[in-house]
Design a protein. Structure first.
Length: 157
């Protein structure tokens, strides 16, 4: 039964990825769940609410392994929850329900916010270590984030 479900999920993902063509932007990062819905985070078979929910994650302390993005939707390829790692979880999650904390090397440093995914631009903001950053997208080793009224790009360490 479990193998049939996993096969169905894999087929749905293949169809969704094929339908997307080359529009999946690579982004290998781990994100936390910021969704506060008591029923958990919905994982869908494709990037949009028109795709069926394949499962949901009820352990909101889980960390999701992200493979890439399509618009505001992220492709999940694994999960680490409070019990164990489940690399078999595959699907799509609405990105703004995910995030990270500012990841300065230590509490004495700040995470710099840039207008574009490049260190050559001017710094437009700073986040304190541990500050909550909501995911908006990613490109290579950069995350597009928002926090309060600030929005921009932070480099993934």
């Amino acid at each position: 039964m479990k193998s049939r479900i996993l096969s169905a999920i894999a087929a749905s993902l293949l169809a969704a990825t094929t339908a997307l063509g080359q529009s999946l932007s690579p982004c290998h990062v781990q994100l936390s769940i910021f969704d506060t819905d008591e029923h958990g985070l919905n994982v869908r078979s494709g990037p949009g609410t028109n795709y069926p929910i394949s499962t949901n994650v009820t352990d909101l302390d889980s960390v999701l392994d992200i493979e890439g993005v399509h618009g505001l939707w992220v492709r999940v390829i694994g999960i680490t929850d409070s019990k164990n790692r489940s690399p078999d979880l595959n699907g799509w999650v609405y990105g703004p329900l995910l995030g990270t904390n500012a990841f300065a090397a230590d509490s004495g440093h700040e995470t710099k916010l840039y207008p574009q995914p490049s260190e050559s631009g001017r710094v437009i903001g700073r986040f304190s270590h541990g500050e909550k950053l909501t995911f908006q997208g990613c490109k290579n080793h950069w995350l597009k984030v928002t926090s309060g009224s600030q929005s921009g790009w932070v480099q993934i360490p």
